[in-house]
Design a protein around this ligand. Structure first.
Ligand code: FAD
Ligand code: NAP
Length: 538
C-alpha cells in the first residue's frame, strides 16, 4: 500500500478520448471518479504522437465527440483531416469545458490493479507509491499507446538524436542540415517522411515491408462545408452508427466482381478521390475475396507506378506480402512522390537487413549509413501492450497476462471472466481500431453507464462475464475474422509485429453497427452472459 489511500466509486486509467468521456459520463451518474494518466496532460494518442505530419485519417468532423451537441456546433475544424495539434487543442478544450482535468492525477503511471474478493474492491497502485481503492476500474489505457522499440543490436549505442514517433517530444525537432534515418513505413513513417524530407539534408528510409498508402486529398474546410456538416450532424452521426466502420460512408452496393471493368474503375476513381484508408471499403467484398482484392491492388499499383519516377524504386514500394486493406491503408500527403527527391534513399531491409545500430548510424548487410538522427516509426505493442504492462490481478490472484497468454479473451471486448467490475475500453474483441474510435469509445462508455444503472436498480455491486460467454465471444470473433482475408497478413492486428506475441486477430470484425446491436441485445436480455452479484445495502 502507498502512503495515501482514498476510496472512490471508479478509477479511470488514461486521459485519452476514451478516458475523458468515461470520467464525464460516470461523474454524470453521480459517481466519484479518480483518473490516472502517465503523461502530463490529456489527449492520449494526440498528446504522445507529435511527430511531423501526424493527422487523423478519419475525417475530423466524424473523428470528434457526438455526446455534446453544443460542442459539436461550436467547434470548427479547419481541415478535412486535422493535425495532431488541432486534435489535441480540441481534446484540451473538451476537458476544460467539462472540468475533466480535475479528475486526473497526471505524470502518474498505474503499475498494478488488484481485486480483493472479500471487499469486492480494486486496489490501484501507481509508480508514485499511491494506492486508491475503487469499486469499478475502467482501463482506458489505449490500444496504440505502448510503443515498440525493436530490439535491434546496438539500439542504444547511437549517439545522435533518437526519437520514437509515439513518444515525440514537445520541443521542435530540427531536421535542417541533418542526415535522418527513419525505420518503419507504417502510418507514422509514411506521414512523417515527406515532411522530414522537405527539411533534412538527407533521409534514409529503412523499409522492412512496403505498405499501401493513398493520398489524403486533404483540404481546408470552407465555411460552406462547415455549415453543411453542422446542419446535418444528426443525420451524419445516425449514418455513422448504422455503418460498418463508424463513419457515414458505406461501400458500393455491388461486389467488385459483379460489375464490369468500366464500372469498377469508376468506383475506384471515386474512392481514390475521396482519399485514404476508406479505399479498402470501396466494394464490400474487397477484403473477403482475393479475386476482388486483386482488382483493388492492381488499381493502386498502377497509381504508385505513376507517382514514382524510377520503376525500380516503385517496385520496392509496392507490397507483395498482403492483400490490400488487410493492414491499415495509410492516408498520406505526398508520400510516394517523396522518393523522386534527390535527398531520399529507400533501403529494402528484406534484401539488405539491418545488422546493427552503431554510434554513428545504421549498418546493413551491405552498407554503412552515417546518420545524425534516428526516427523509430516502429509502431506499438497494439491492443494488449498497455494492459500487459500493468500487473492486473483478478479473482484468486489470477494475472491478466497469464489469462491472455494465448491471445486476449474478452466478452464483448469490455469484460473478462475472473475480473469483476473491470471494463476494458475499445480493446480486443471490440471493433476498436477497425472503426472510428471516438464513436467506438462513446458506444462503450454509454453501455457501461447503462450497465451501472442496471446494477443500481437491482441493488447489486458487481458484474462479471462468465467463462462461457467469453469462450463464445472469442469463437465468434475468430469466426468473423476467418471469413476475411485479414488473418493472412502479418499485421499488428494479428500481433505479428511483436516477436513472441500470439498470432490472433484481435479486433471484432463483424462491423460497428452489428457490434452495437449485440451489446444492446445483451443488455436488454438482463446482461446475458454476465453474473451480477452482491447487495449494495447488505
Ligand atoms: P489513448 O489515446 O491511447 O489514451 C490512453 C492513455 O492512457 C494515454 O494517454 C496513456 O499515457 C495512458 N496510459 C496507458 N497506460 C497507463 C498506465 N499504466 N497508467 C497511467 N496512464 C496510462 N483512430 C481513429 O479512429 N481515427 C484516426 O484517425 C486515428 N489516428 C491515429 C493516429 C495515430 C498517430 C495513432 C497512434 C492512433 C490513431 N488512431 C486513430 C487510434 C487512436 O489511438 C484512437 O482513435 C484514440 O485516440 C484512442 O483513444 P483512447 O483514449 O482509447 O487511448
Ligand atoms: P506500424 O503500422 O506497426 O508500422 C511500424 C513499421 O515499423 C512497419 O513498417 C514495420 O515493419 C516497421 N518495423 C517494426 N519493427 C521493425 C524492425 N525490427 N526492423 C525494421 N522495421 C521494423 O506502426 P505505426 O506506423 O505507428 O501505425 C500503427 C497504427 O496507428 C496504424 O496502423 C494506424 O491504425 C494508427 N496510426 C494512424 C495514423 C493516421 O493516419 N491517422 C497515423 C499513425 C498511426 P513491418 O511491417 O515489416 O512489421
Amino acid at each position: 500500500m502507498g502512503a495515501q489511500t482514498s476510496d472512490v466509486d471508479a478509477v479511470v486509467i488514461g486521459a485519452g478520448i476514451s478516458g475523458l468521456y468515461a470520467v464525464y459520463k460516470l461523474r454524470g451518474r453521480g459517481m466519484t471518479v479518480h483518473g490516472f494518466e502517465a503523461a502530463d496532460g490529456v489527449g492520449g494518442t494526440w498528446f504522445h504522437n507529435r511527430y511531423p505530419g501526424a493527422r487523423c485519417d478519419v475525417e475530423s468532423v466524424d473523428y470528434s465527440y457526438s455526446f455534446d451537441e453544443d460542442l459539436q456546433q461550436e467547434w470548427t475544424w479547419s481541415e478535412r483531416f486535422a493535425t495532431q495539434e488541432e486534435i489535441l487543442a480540441y481534446l484540451e478544450h473538451v476537458a476544460g469545458r467539462h472540468d475533466l482535468h480535475s479528475a486526473f492525477e497526471f505524470l502518474t503511471r498505474v503499475v498494478s490493479t488488484v481485486y480483493d474478493e472479500v471487499s469486492a474492491l480494486w486496489t490501484i497502485t501507481t509508480d508514485t507509491g499511491r494506492s486508491v481503492t475503487a469499486r469499478f476500474v475502467v482501463m482506458a489505457t489505449g490500444v496504440l499507446s505502448a510503443t515498440n522499440r525493436p530490439d535491434i543490436p546496438g539500439r542504444d549505442s547511437f549517439t545522435g538524436e533518437s526519437y520514437h514517433t509515439g513518444e515525440w517530444p514537445r520541443h521542435t525537432v530540427e531536421f535542417a542540415g541533418k542526415r535522418v534515418g527513419v525505420i518503419g513505413t507504417g502510418s507514422s513513417g509514411i506521414q512523417s517522411i515527406p515532411i522530414i524530407a522537405q527539411e533534412a539534408e538527407q533521409v534514409v528510409v529503412f523499409q522492412r515491408s512496403p505498405n499501401y498508402s493513398l493520398p489524403a486529398g486533404n483540404t481546408p474546410l470552407s465555411p460552406e462545408q462547415i455549415a453543411e456538416v453542422k446542419a446535418s450532424y444528426p443525420e451524419r452521426r445516425r449514418l455513422a452508427r448504422l455503418s460498418g466502420g463508424g463513419t457515414p460512408f458505406t461501400p458500393y452496393p455491388k461486389g467488385a466482381l459483379e460489375v464490369d471493368e468500366a464500372e469498377r474503375r469508376r468506383v475506384y476513381d471515386e474512392w481514390w478521390q475521396r482519399g485514404g484508408y476508406l479505399f479498402a471499403k470501396a466494394f464490400p467484398d474487397q477484403t473477403i475475396s482475393i479475386e476482388a482484392n486483386d482488382t483493388a491492388r492492381e488499381y493502386v499499383e498502377a497509381k504508385i507506378r505513376d507517382m514514382v519516377k524510377d520503376p525500380e524504386i516503385a517496385n520496392r514500394l509496392i507490397p507483395t506480402d498482403h492483400p490490400i486493406g488487410t493492414k491499415r491503408i495509410v492516408t498520406d500527403s505526398g508520400y510516394f512522390e517523396t522518393y523522386n527527391r534527390e535527398n531520399v534513399t529507400l533501403v529494402n531491409l528484406r534484401s539488405t537487413p539491418i545488422v546493427e545500430i552503431t554510434e554513428g548510424g545504421i549498418r546493413t548487410s551491405d552498407t554503412d549509413y552515417p546518420l545524425d538522427m534516428l526516427v523509430f516509426a516502429t509502431g506499438f505493442d497494439a491492443m494488449t501492450g498497455a494492459l500487459s504492462r500493468i500487473d492486473i490481478r483478478g479473482r484468486d490472484g489470477r494475472a491478466l497476462r497469464d489469462e491472455w497468454s494465448a491471445g486476449p479473451r474478452t466478452y464483448l471486448g469490455m469484460a473478462v471472466a475472473g475480473f469483476p467490475n473491470m471494463f476494458v475500453m475499445v480493446g480486443p474483441g471490440s471493433p476498436s481500431v477497425l472503426a472510428n474510435m471516438v464513436l467506438g469509445a462513446e458506444q462503450q462508455v454509454d453501455w457501461i453507464a447503462d450497465c451501472l444503472d442496471h446494477l443500481d436498480e437491482h441493488n447489486a455491486v458487481s458484474i462479471e462475464a462468465t467463462e462461457q460467454a467469453v469462450a463464445e465471444w472469442v469463437e465468434e470473433c475468430n469466426k468473423k475474422a476467418a471469413a476475411t482475408l485479414f488473418p493472412s497478413a502479418d499485421s499488428w492486428y494479428m500481433g505479428a509485429n511483436i516477436p513472441g506475441k500470439p498470432r490472433v486477430f484481435m479486433p471484432y470484425i463483424g462491423g460497428f453497427a452489428n457490434y452495437g446491436n449485440i451489446c444492446a441485445e445483451v443488455a436488454a436480455a438482463g446482461y446475458k452472459g454476465f453474473e451480477i452479484g452482491g447487495e449494495k445495502d447488505a
